[in-house]
Design a protein around this ligand. Structure first.
Ligand code: ADP
Ligand code: MG
Length: 613
């Protein structure tokens, strides 16, 4: 075969990854041991599953264990497993390319950023290459589980590429020999390696034998009772299961006998990798059947928005040979899904009331998932919306309120929940919409994110109170006392008529306002049509999209500018026209609906000129 004895190059991304891994990423060199042990454990797990689902495997009598040998004299460390092994093609695919798109994104973003996120590396499957932090010669001898598979050796210095040769007399599984660089020879010392294994690998569910002696005790932590488990055990297990380096934020250890046999142990990580721009994370809760791994990253086991969870769900009721394809159709999986999701939402709800500060930091990291859940998960929408938090007009900047708390502060006559979406607090406070609500003592929720548009679009009401944007044209607000002498109704009527004529097709309607307090005018959107934020988004996607056709302009009869406009439109028709246009543009600008500002600048210059002469 042509592949034999030929030096092959790494895929460009692998090369980049190697540079990052070798030069900067891990400050803790010792974690390469954890990475290789975890690969060995994965390989054993896969073998067990392959066999249990009725496949005939080669060397069926080999013990499922991980053997580590150190050799101080030759400065090597060797890690052997009798797991699933690799064929020649798999060697090339797994150790010469990065197939996983998440890892590609990871490499890209990390090589572009200054900040090296060491604690995220494990989540992106770049584990194997960590061996090159301590070595410039790694060999991987391997034989696949498939009967009559041939065996091969992969060798590399981690710099110039790799070479694959045929080997003989190899047992099923993989043997990795690492020739240590002088400055890292400590990893050929038994004591050192033992320490590393004790701190990272105590939960590996297979015997680990170091120089002939067993160093771990096997535990499926999720099957034990809570009283037997310490916080340290939980945290260590999290690090093992999530390949993480941080401490988990929350954990849910939950067992049930009915309606399903479930033992599950779930964790919320400390940080949200999606927030750091690494793209969508893969689901991180593994599915087990009585301690046998069925699928490490099952899709459809939990709702998509729960993809940030890490851990294990174990159910004895599952058939071992459930395949990825049939998983989503399985009634059992659906039951598991609902049960665990409900439990988890309950946990968050409880945590949010028992420790609000802690919950707020969680929310700061993970709110995109909660919002995504409200938008996409109709079954859990109402429960999930309890977990939402927003800034509001009645609380200090930076502090958050829940919808339930909002309800307690509602005025007696109030039957709606009011909100406004804009990029930040300042633009909501300076726009003309909030003042009507301030004056009436009505609280308004402030929403700042693009996703919020979809959020309120999918959450028309909460506890039977309609959610309404404060820039809607058809809001009915109660009359309030006001001792300013405003323009009377007939004058307003004729001013509005004149103004609509002046503006032409630019707006749909001009009318007198009962809600405005300090602003001369506001642009409002009829209910049931596209909100200004949505229009802005449409405009970003399509520059020709205008979107202001159905806008209504409301004028404040108590505002001096409006009064003066009315009194001067006979004497100074030209100036009045410009001012009417300018008032409209200002209102559209506040609403984020102004299309072109060029004409506006010229107009302002003309207005200034007229007022000076
Ligand atoms: P990950 O473990 O996250 O997939 P790694 O870089 O650690 O990423 O390993 C890459 C791939 O190489 C693994 O997915 C696996 O297919 C293969 N591999 C690594 N070590 C072994 C092993 N000991 N036995 C079988 N396959 C292995
Ligand atoms: Mg790995």
């Amino acid at each position: 075969m042509g592949k034999e004895n030929k030096k092959q190059e790494f895929q460009a991304e692998v090369q980049q990854l190697l540079d990052i891994v070798i030069n900067s990423l891990y400050t803790d060199k010792e974690i390469f041991i954890r990475e290789l042990v975890s690969n060995a454990a994965d390989a054993l797990e896969k073998l067990k599953h392959t066999e249990l689902t009725g496949n005939k495997i080669s060397d069926p009598d080999l013990e499922l264990k991980i053997v580590i040998d150190t050799d101080e004299e030759n400065k090597t460390i060797t890690i052997t497993d009798h797991g699933i092994g690799m064929t020649e093609d798999e060697l090339i695919e797994n150790l010469g390319t990065i197939a996983h798109s998440g890892s590609k994104k990871f490499v890209k973003s990390i090589s572009e950023s200054e900040q090296k996120e060491t604690n995220l590396i494990g989540q992106f499957g770049v584990g194997f290459y960590s061996a090159f932090m301590v070595s410039d010669h790694v060999s991987v001898s391997t034989k696949s589980w498939k009967e009559k598979a041939s065996s091969h050796k992969w060798e590399s210095d981690g710099k110039t590429g790799y070479e694959i040769t045929n080997t003989e007399n190899q047992e099923r599984g993989t043997c990795i020999i690492i020739k240590l660089l002088d400055e890292h020879e400590e990893f050929s010392k038994e004591q050192k390696v033992k320490e590393v294994l004790e701190s990272y690998s105590s939960f590996v569910p297979y015997p680990i034998i170091l120089n002939g002696e067993r160093v771990n005790n096997i535990e499926a932590l999720w099957m034990k009772s809570k009283s037997e488990i310490s916080d340290e055990d939980y945290n260590e297990f999290y690090k093992f299961a999530a390949k993480a380096f941080d401490e988990p934020r929350y954990r849910l250890h939950f067992s049930a006998d009915a309606p399903l046999m479930i033992n599950s142990l779930l964790f919320v990580p400390n940080e949200n990798p999606e927030k750091l721009g690494f793209g969508q994370t893969d689901p991180g809760v593994a599915l087990y059947c009585n301690k046998v791994l069925i699928d490490g990253q099952p899709k459809g086991l939990l709702p998509d928005w729960l993809r940030f969870l890490k851990g294990v769900i174990d159910s004895e009721d599952l058939p071992l040979n459930i395949s990825r394809e049939t998983m989503q159709d399985s009634a059992l999986i659906r039951k598991l899904n609902r049960l665990i999701t409900k439990r988890f939402i309950k946990l968050l709800d409880r945590e949010s009331s028992s420790n609000n500060d802690e919950y707020t930091t969680f929310y700061d990291q993970f709110r995109n998932f909660i919002k995504e859940g409200v938008i996409t998960d109709t079954d859990h929408r109402q429960d999930l919306s309890k977990l939402l938090r927003f800034e509001s007009s009645m609380i200090d900047e930076g502090k958050l309120t829940s919808l339930d708390d909002y309800l307690t502060r509602m005025k007696e006559s109030q039957d709606k929940i009011y909100f406004q979406i804009s990029s930040d607090r300042e633009s909501i406070e300076s726009a003309p919409y909030l003042e009507a609500f301030k004056a009436r003592g009505i609280e308004v929720l402030f929403l700042y994110e693009a996703i919020d548009e979809y959020l309120v679009g999918n959450l028309p009401s909460y506890e039977e109170k309609e959610l309404v944007s404060i820039d809607r044209a058809d809001l009915e607000l109660e009359q309030i006392e006001n001792n300013k002498k405003g323009l009377d109704d007939p004058s307003m009527l004729s001013l509005c008529e004149w103004m609509k004529e002046t503006l032409g097709e630019k707006v749909a309607k001009v009318k007198s306002s009962t809600r405005l307090i300090n602003s001369p005018a506001a642009a409002l959107i009829p209910g049931g049509t596209m909100s200004p934020q949505m229009k802005q988004m449409m405009k970003q996607m399509n520059p020709d999209f205008s979107g202001s056709e159905n806008v209504e302009i409301e004028l404040n009869p108590n505002h001096e500018l409006i009064q003066k406009l009315e009194s001067s439109r006979e004497d100074q028709p030209e100036l009045a026209k410009m001012i009417a246009e300018q008032i409209t543009d200002n209102a559209l600008l506040s609403a984020g609906l102004l299309d072109k500002s060029k004409g506006m600048v010229d107009r302002v210059h003309n207005i200034m000129l007229k007022s000076l002469s």
